[in-house]
Ligand binder design. Structure first.
Ligand code: ADP
Length: 298
């Protein structure tokens, strides 16, 4: 199973150009679509999910022409939006059963089997009779996975997988995602580099509606080998360093700013070589795009 997106463009009626000639070849497995807010991720995902039309371009999933055969696509699609509209007064079991009916699983005994298996899989069997309004954020996300997995979809889209989850819930949720069948195309749309680093074998970076990188995280990191440099500076000299060097990011380590810069060779006094990581890749590719936002506490 492969998802092929070709030359997809979209401009909203107010003139916002959300997608600009996007082409991507997405194989089975975990694919990370990484980009900052406003880059066009949701627009692209909603287009692939047949929830909105592009102006131009084509999308193909295996033998399904997605934009022409919407119904066929929808029967193969598991879509997990950031906020699942949760029906607070309904139990997990009842709602899952309802969605299974909508997905076309008509026999009651088949549905029971599917619902039981999914609740087990997302570790919510014990909470099956609890109303969803009482679920924690993490439980709601896991319930969303169960809904997305009904009917063994060939394409699974997860929007901002870990937004709003605490660290323990995040790990549980990522583990669950990593267990999804290897035959499906699974797209994680996210602005969090760590989600992609921890889960994805293939990735793309999107910025201002354009794909600016496509490949494996390893290849992306390897391309920066020998070109990332680190220096501990002071708050006073930080602005000078930012003006003088190609600074990728600044983090506070024990209260002192540590800058990472990209350069072909040792850029200046006090810089030592650093192992590149996926954040370096991401911020380097985003460069020119409000660097000060990359300053964060470590
Ligand atoms: P992301 O998911 O990466 O945050 P979006 O696809 O939501 O990006 O948005 C891409 C751009 O399109 C942004 O500039 C956003 O403001 C704009 N946009 C999104 N939806 C609409 C809409 N319905 N009408 C007009 N502009 C929109």
């Amino acid at each position: 199973m492969t998802l092929t997106i070709e030359n997809v463009s979209k401009t909203y009626p107010d003139g916002t150009r959300a997608l600009h000639d996007v082409s991507l070849e997405i194989p089975a497995g975990m694919f990370g679509l990484l980009g900052p807010n406003g880059a066009g991720k949701s627009t692209l995902m909603r287009t692939v999910a047949t929830l909105q039309e592009p102006d131009t371009g084509s999308v193909q999933l295996g033998d399904i022409n997605v934009l022409e055969e919407k119904h066929a696509l929808r029967t193969r699609l598991g879509y997990l939006p950031q906020e699942i509209g949760v029906y607070d007064n309904v139990t997990a079991e009842t709602l899952l059963n309802h969605f299974a009916t909508l997905k076309g699983i008509e026999s009651r005994s088949d549905r029971r089997e599917v619902v039981d298996a999914l609740l087990d899989r997302v570790n919510l069997a014990a909470a099956r009779n609890q109303e969803l309004g009482g679920y924690s954020g993490g439980m709601k996300r896991r319930f969303g996975i169960a809904v997305a997995l009904i009917g063994n979809p060939g394409l699974i889209i997860v929007d901002e997988p870990t937004a709003g989850l605490d660290p323990a819930e995040r790990v549980r949720f990522l583990n669950l995602l990593s267990e999804i069948g290897e035959d499906s195309v699974v797209i994680l749309s996210t602005h969090i580099v760590a989600d992609v680093r921890e889960l994805c074998t293939q990735m793309a970076i999107i910025r201002e509606g354009k794909i600016i990188f496509e490949g494996t995280p390893q290849a992306a990191v390897a391309a920066l080998d020998g070109h990332v440099w680190r220096k501990t500076v002071t708050k006073e000299t930080l602005p000078d360093h930012e003006a003088q060097y190609d600074v990728i990011s600044t983090k506070l380590v024990a209260g002192r700013p540590v800058i990472r810069a990209v350069a072909e060779e040792q850029p200046g006094e006090g810089f030592e070589p650093a192992d590149p990581d996926l954040e370096d890749v991401y911020f380097t590719r985003m460069k020119g795009n409000r660097l000060p936002e990359t300053v964060s506490a470590a």
